[in-house]
Design a protein around this ligand. Structure first.
Ligand code: MN
Length: 421
């Protein structure tokens, strides 16, 4: 695919014409949020193209779906409409087509330098589910919390384990995160203590977003799951490990997780990710029939985590992982989620759980990277980190490497502010 845009896109850019991720933006100098796509260093304002009738011949007709502050309307319309719009955008941005290239008035109002916009939450997320699909992560955490013999629970190899997260505290990349307070009970203390968490952590995750949902009582068969998945984002599921250790039994994590989850602003579509499908790890024992699907359903997405302490000039890479390490794939996750008749709705987010790889430098949390603080991460200038400190900025980026181009997710970042007094 040697498609090129008339817009100059640097070879290292995350946003070539092969990608075209969707987001919601507003101008820095006051405007209402609307939908756009990223192309090189620009945002293409889809509300402008919509107004000019660019999408009238698609399934969308003349319906207004992009002059709105979320992608939900567009996402609800399904794969056929998504493909039609993508084809029109690739045509309009191509260097071979004059429709936008030679229309300087339209270019002026619809192509906006990224530096002039503020990104907003791209999707109105009604419900958020967090899976636990990395075998390496589940094993590492299991060893630390329960010992080597009980590391992987007996159910883990039979189903994609998950819990219901909190949608209200999902925030856009760049949002500052206040260090949470809560109960923790140190081993040498008879009673629980209350105060700011001492063990603040990140979780390297990715999330997929639901397009059309399913009705209550009607499961999505695994072979139909893909039609319900619109695209993916980077996720940092912030966690407080000391609060988690004390509260998580018998019902699972609560305040250790629900204070904040950060996501990247650009939703990369499954169509853009198609060339990067790969097989996942071999599943042994064989899953039950409702979780069985033929073909390759994992994705080769390089992931990188970096940290920058306050006053430090550059980011320091602390982990390199890959989405393809996940044991359970997104189709299995969605089939399992709905097999009991649970309904999903447009905009729901399903996160992967921490994505840890097999090597020590591919672990997806400080808990694992430092092995609960026993082996601190060495930062430049002699600093070290056991967990995340106030003033630290955590950044996750991700991309697929194509032939001469990258399909990128941009990044999700967040800075830690001290607890309130
Ligand atoms: Mn998580």
């Amino acid at each position: 695919m040697n498609m090129r845009s008339f817009i100059d896109v640097k070879p290292d850019s995350h946003f070539p014409i092969q990608n075209l991720p969707y987001g919601v933006f507003k101008l820095k100098v006051g405007s209402k949020p609307v939908c756009g796509v990223a192309i090189g260093d620009y945002v293409l304002d889809l509300s402008m193209l919509e107004e000019k009738g660019f999408f009238n011949k698609t399934d969308l007709g003349s319906e207004v779906v992009f002059e709105t502050p979320s992608l939900n309307k567009f996402m609800s319309r399904g794969r056929e409409a998504w493909k039609q719009v993508r084809a029109i955008l690739q045509m309009a941005l191509s260097d071979e087509n004059p429709i936008l290239r030679d229309d300087s008035d339209l270019k002026k109002i619809s192509l906006i330098p990224m530096k002039d916009v503020v990104m907003c939450l791209p999707v109105e997320i009604g419900d958020y589910t967090d899976f636990y699909s990395s075998k390496e992560h589940a094993t590492n955490v299991g060893i630390m919390f329960r010992g080597k013999d009980n590391a992987l629970m007996p159910n883990w190899l039979h189903m994609p384990i998950a819990y219901h997260g909190r949608a209200s505290s999902i925030v856009i990349s760049g949002t500052d995160i206040t260090r949470p307070k809560g109960q923790r009970k140190p081993a040498d203390s008879d009673n629980p203590l209350f105060g700011p968490t001492n063990l603040l952590d990140f979780e390297l995750e990715m999330g997929f977003l639901i397009g059309p949902g399913n009705k209550l009582g009607t499961p999505i068969a695994i072979e139909n799951t893909y039609d319900h998945i619109f695209g993916m984002v980077l996720v940092n599921d912030w966690s407080a490990r000391d609060i988690q250790t004390w509260e998580y039994q018998p019902l699972g994590p609560f305040l250790a997780k629900n204070f904040a989850t950060s996501i990247s602003p650009w939703v990369v579509t499954m169509e853009a990710l198609e060339p990067f499908r790969v097989s996942g790890p071999k599943q042994e024992p064989e899953p039950l029939p409702y979780l069985k699907i033929g073909g390759d359903w994992s994705y080769d997405i390089n992931l990188e985590v970096s940290i920058r302490a306050e006053g430090q000039k550059e980011d320091f890479i602390i982990s390199k992982s890959n989405f393809k390490y996940l044991y359970w794939n997104i189709c299995q996750q969605l089939a399992h989620h709905t097999v009991n008749g649970c309904n999903t709705k447009t905009g729901d987010m399903m996160a992967s759980g921490t994505i840890s790889g097999p090597e020590k430098n591919s672990y997806g949390s400080m808990l694992e990277l430092t092995w609960r603080g026993e082996n601190p991460v060495k930062l430049p200038n002699g600093r070290e980190r056991k967990f995340i400190e106030d003033g630290d900025t955590l950044r996750i980026s991700g991309y697929c490497r194509g032939n001469g181009y990258k399909i990128g997710f941009g990044e999700v970042s967040g800075r830690i502010l001290p607890s309130s007094k």
